[in-house]
Ligand binder design. Sequence first.
Ligand SMILES: [Zn+2]
Length: 316
Amino acid sequence: MQRATGWPGVARLLDRCLALAAAHELPGTLMLVGEPGLGGEALALELAAGLACHGGPPGGCTCDACERVRRGIHPDVELIGPPPGKSDITIDQARELVGRLDQHPYEGKRRVFVLTSCHTPPLTNDAASALLKALEEPPPVVTFLLLAANPERVLPTILSRSVQVRVPAATPAQLRELVAAACQTDLAQTEALLTACHGEPSSVLTAAETLIANEVPVTTLADGAAELDRLLPAALAGDGPALLAVAGLVERTPEGVTLALASLLRLAASAETPEAERLLAAAAALLAAERRRAALRLDVSTAVVGALTPFATRTV
Ligand SMILES: [Zn+2]
């Protein structure tokens, strides 16, 4: 989603950071605060590219080094996140990282480590403790870029060791433009996608990336959302086949769980109090089941059926 660095606010911030780096005044540990998918990652990558660059024009340089940073294959720029199949950044990862911090850069003058989320979780207390000294005073050739959506979810010890920079939020028009460019959708399809991921702009972009990666027709997401809106009330009224259809749909649709949660919240918003409470409880159960499922690597449809069955009461 590198188009975000074309937004004037994000582009200005990038220029300012690169100017500080050129003057050797860029803080060693920088926390980029902003909603996931909406500029923070793109800014971190472009900043890392600027730091690894062999001297092209700042911002948007297309030299070999910058392009390799953007493709995630530059040896001096590393993205640190939970390992495959795990949901946390572990203490072993943190120790391994600290153990090789004094290595020289392979190609450029600087090494950049991007923590894809410095929230706790995924950054465990132990992993954070192992990183504290490094974050407080990184070696002169190391820059840490920490991504955070919400500083309240970051440990105070991490907050106090980093300089926070707020990534300017996207305007609704910029968001529509970003989604339209990512999904190659027209205005109506873009609006449908945004509605499908009600109130969660970052999940639109995650969903869009999944769609593009799997070459799923873009209408599937909006269709999936409409179908869930239709099936969920029946499923929760005790219609077994509808519940199985919901589970299958959630499994097949990219970001299916997010869509189902959004659908339950929409239904709750328009329901009377006792029914709204039941729908919110169902949404909470689905969210909890999804977290367990992700941690235990269970299959999606079983988790959905398990979570929603207690709420699927036949009305007499
Ligand atoms: Zn370059």
